[in-house]
Design a protein around this ligand. Structure first.
Ligand SMILES: Cc1cc2nc3c(=O)[nH]c(=O)nc-3n(C[C@H](O)[C@H](O)[C@H](O)COP(=O)(O)OP(=O)(O)OC[C@H]3O[C@@H](n4cnc5c(N)ncnc54)[C@H](O)[C@@H]3O)c2cc1C
Length: 653
């Protein structure tokens, strides 16, 4: 029996004062939604291309021409990227990291010497102060060397201590922590718990106010960098009490504080070098000055941090696209079957075209979003969410198609290929490493809901009370008047637009036709969203398949806009061709999604899923050897001192 098992078997009487069973508090769907809603940034202080797109307005002037970074920042970025490339080529051994499931300490030291741990930290605190664009380019480069390396640096800088401190930290916190992190100390972000994945309302880790600070108790699961980190961002519930507004709060915690135990290093399908932990907090003292922002602001801080933090994940996806394109090109030209290179068989040719066009589209979306983030003139929270969602889904398809193009060799490991004297192309690793991108930093399903919430926000703002079951008759009536005025102006505006003019967007030459399509599709999307609201009203939030398609259409339209404006910004002949190709492919997907909005099996599928869950079709599972593991799906745990050995790895510095 493991320590965790023995803890979970304790009875109430067994538990002394320092040990409490952390049974998940029952949290209703409504409470979960309220928690998410309270964490949402409700204000829009800057224009948002993405938000307008869902409202039926193609505000191309917000993204065209692309913002131009200063010559100095471009030069700085180029110098840094050249050093990163040279270092990665000579020091990062992907095969070794895969084999040892560990990034060597000297590689981490080398990266720290380059300044890679302080890419996003301002120069005054010892960092490089790079732009978001340069940071993402560096992650793309490093990810092509090894995905665990880029995952470590991205978790450290995009969600770890530097970014929330940059946005919400006090001057004292910044000068105390940032120089350490820029110099190579590692940070991690600890939100997830055994019972808290997509739903933070269930957060069970507590931070009890004590003299001079707080006492943390709880168990944090799957913290990337958690086994090697020096500084942690920990999300914990502060109970409401006199002088304490309470709520989920973000803390900076020294990883070697007394009471912290790294109980396990977790292992995964991919990202073999990931240093990911199960971390226990038992009566860990955190000084009051380590609270980031205010009590109760934790989730808002996490979400705001992710507004730009989310861009690092698509940077990794772009690397995968570029690598797959290269493999697909070289292999498909060289491999001859049935008398021709496989790339000349149409079934493979269409895959190659998909990989090339999609890689162009992904890079366009990412670069544009980064430039907008650096330029600071737009609110990019929707764009960043759309790129995360779209890039993680499309990169997975790219890798899957590349594996198919490689045939049996796509399924073979790089080590095995090399042992047979063939080129060690780790496509199976690319696939394994990419898969998690659809799950973490907001799963695809949660990103759909996140963006959909913003897409229907205009409707909720005017008509929210009409569809709120708890609203009084008076509130409903007032909302009805307000909504009537809004829709009387808005709906007619969706009937006509520049996309119907034969010369609309002529400045885009051969791509003008695609932008006219985007403009028309944006209005159609807004109309369809409105029809959905009118039809389902308060039940709309449960129409996840419908909302998912609305968001996917928005993502495609943003991708097309990014591809066209990229082609114009860069002016390269091959860029015009790739943008055109990408838009043609995207239009086929968008048309299919529009059709599926109203012609689908959603209701039938939902009913069938209920029957599956009720066990009606369990007989279908007969005929295989099912495992008889009767342990729980989610292990129960209790607060209290650890019974495990600390497996924290202290790096040789
Ligand atoms: C390799 C790895 C690294 C990670 N790194 C970190 C880290 O550094 N820090 C950290 O805090 N966490 C980290 N995580 C946790 C990660 O963020 C979570 O796995 C993710 O949030 C999803 O939570 P979950 O796995 O508990 O899935 P669940 O929340 O249990 O969801 C299960 C499934 O249901 C879907 N779902 C859930 N709710 C809804 C809903 N309302 N509507 C529709 N579908 C829904 C989900 O999309 C998913 O498909 C990491 C995880 C992994 C595997």
């Amino acid at each position: 029996m493991t320590a965790a098992d023995s803890r979970s078997l304790k009875t109430d009487q067994d538990q002394d004062e320092t040990t409490r069973a952390a049974e998940p508090a029952p949290v209703s769907e409504r409470e979960a939604r309220q928690t998410a809603e309270a964490a949402r940034e409700a204000e829009w202080r800057k224009p948002s291309f993405g938000k307008q797109l869902f409202l039926g307005r193609l505000r191309l002037e917000l993204i065209d021409p692309w913002p131009t970074p200063s010559a100095q920042s471009v030069a700085e970025a180029e110098r840094f990227l050249a050093r990163v490339a040279e270092y990665a080529e000579t020091h990062i051994d992907n095969a070794q990291i895969e084999r040892d499931a560990s990034i060597p300490d000297e590689v981490l030291r080398g990266l720290a010497d380059l300044g890679a741990f302080g890419m996003k930290i301002d120069k005054e605190y010892g960092g490089l102060g790079l732009s978001t664009h340069a940071y993402c380019q560096a992650l793309t480069m490093l990810s092509s060397a090894n995905s665990s390396v880029s995952a470590l640096l991205s978790a450290h800088q995009s969600i770890g201590v530097p970014q929330p401190l940059k946005l919400f930290g006090t001057e004292e916190q910044k000068s105390r922590f940032l120089p350490r992190l820029a110099a190579g100390e590692i940070s991690a972000f600890l939100l997830t718990e055994p019972d808290v994945g997509s739903d933070p309302a269930r957060l069970a880790t507590t931070a009890e106010p004590v003299d001079g600070g707080y006492r943390l108790n709880g168990l944090k699961l799957w913290a990337t960098n958690g086994t090697v980190a020096d500084l942690l961002v920990v999300m914990a519930q502060v109970p409401r009490s006199e002088g304490h507004r309470g709520g989920i709060t973000a803390f900076v915690v020294e990883a070697d504080s007394s009471g912290i135990t790294v109980e396990r290093r977790n292992a995964f399908l991919g990202l073999r070098g990931l240093e990911n932990s199960l971390t226990r907090f038992h009566d860990v003292f955190v000084p009051a000055e380590n609270v980031i922002g205010r009590e109760g602001q934790g989730l808002k801080i996490a979400l705001t941090t992710l507004n730009t933090g989310r861009l690092s994940l698509p940077a990794v996806c772009v690397a995968a696209g570029k690598y797959c394109l290269r493999v697909a090109r070289e292999w498909s030209g060289a491999r001859v079957q049935w008398g021709r290179p496989v790339g000349k068989h149409e079934a493979i040719a269409t895959k190659i075209a998909f990989i090339a066009a999609t890689t162009y589209g992904l890079e366009a979306m990412l670069t544009l979003s980064c430039l907008l983030a650096d330029d600071e003139s737009n609110d990019i929270r929707i764009e960043a969410a759309l790129v995360k969602l779209y890039a993680s889904e499309m990169a997975w398809r790219i890798a899957d198609e590349t594996l198919q193009i490689r045939g049996g060799r796509g399924y073979e490991t790089a080590e095995s290929l090399a042992a047979r004297g063939e080129r060690s192309t780790p496509i199976e690793q690319v696939l394994r490493d990419l898969r998690i991108n659809r799950v973490f930093e907001g799963s695809t399903e949660i990103m759909h809901l996140f963006v959909a919430r913003e897409a229907v926000d205009a409707h909720l703002a005017v008509a929210g009370d009409i569809i709120d079951p708890d609203a009084t008759v008076g509130r409903k009536a007032r909302a009805g008047v307000k909504a009537g005025g809004f829709y009387a102006r808005w709906l007619p505006a969706l009937a006509v637009g520049k996309g119907q003019l034969p010369r609309g967007y002529a400045e885009f030459g051969p791509l003008a036709t695609h932008l006219r399509y985007v403009e028309r599709a944006s209005r159609r999307l807004a109309r369809d969203t409105f029809y959905g609201m009118a039809r389902w009203q308060g039940r709309m939030e449960r129409k996840q398949a419908f909302l998912g398609r609305v968001v996917d259409i928005g993502a495609e339209l943003f991708a097309m806009s990014a591809a066209c404006t990229r082609a114009r910004a860069e002016g390269a002949a091959e860029g015009w061709e790739l943008a055109d190709l990408f838009c043609h492919q995207a239009r086929v997907r968008v048309d299919a999604l529009f059709t599926a909005l109203w012609d689908n099996n959603d209701a039938r599928d939902a009913a069938a899923a209920r029957k599956v869950l009720d066990g009606r079709y369990a007989s279908l599972e007969a005929g295989i050897l099912a495992d008889d593991d009767d342990r729980p799906w989610v292990a129960s745990w209790s607060t209290g001192p650890t019974e495990a050995t600390d497996v924290r790895r202290r790096l040789r510095r």
